[in-house]
Design a protein around this ligand. Structure first.
Ligand SMILES: [Zn+2]
Ligand SMILES: [Zn+2]
Length: 142
């Protein structure tokens, strides 16, 4: 049995079309229209309902809400890595996950072991150092 000569873009069976959608995380909510028509699907990841097209899903394009979330998550991870490096360079060790530049962040001074709440935003402009450690060296910095 030879395969059909052109497994044409618009000649997918319902099952084939559904499999393509499933591969990028969609669950179809209505019968397959055709590969170029918007097809109501639910994202199995986040539950968002959208109307992707099979031709786009075939190129690996999945849920937009999910890809936006992944992008934001990746950005958060990158920002956290930068912040970690920043406080570590100043002699601190983060005690919790980076909460964002403006939020209080519990860290520990590796010099004296005291915990300190650091706000990365203001630490960036004012500089970051442990007053307890500074106090040990000079008389009193504050
Ligand atoms: Zn999604
Ligand atoms: Zn210290």
């Amino acid at each position: 049995m030879a395969a059909p000569k052109s497994w044409s873009r618009d000649r997918l069976t319902d099952d084939q079309a559904a499999a393509i959608m499933k591969a990028v995380g969609y669950k179809p909510l209505e019968p397959y229209p055709n590969s170029r028509a918007p097809w109501r699907c639910r994202c199995t990841e986040c539950g968002e309902i959208s109307t992707p097209r099979v031709i786009n899903a075939r190129m690996g394009r999945g849920c937009r809400a999910c890809s936006r979330r992944q992008m934001l998550a990746a950005r958060r991870v990158a920002a956290a890595a930068v912040a970690d490096a920043f406080v570590q360079a100043a002699g601190f060790e983060p005690l919790e996950l980076y909460p964002g530049a403006a939020a209080p962040w519990l860290c520990r001074c590796t010099g004296c072991g005291k915990t300190r709440v650091i706000r990365v935003n203001s630490a960036r402009t004012r500089g970051l150092s442990c007053s307890a450690c500074l106090g040990d060296r000079s008389a009193d910095a504050a």
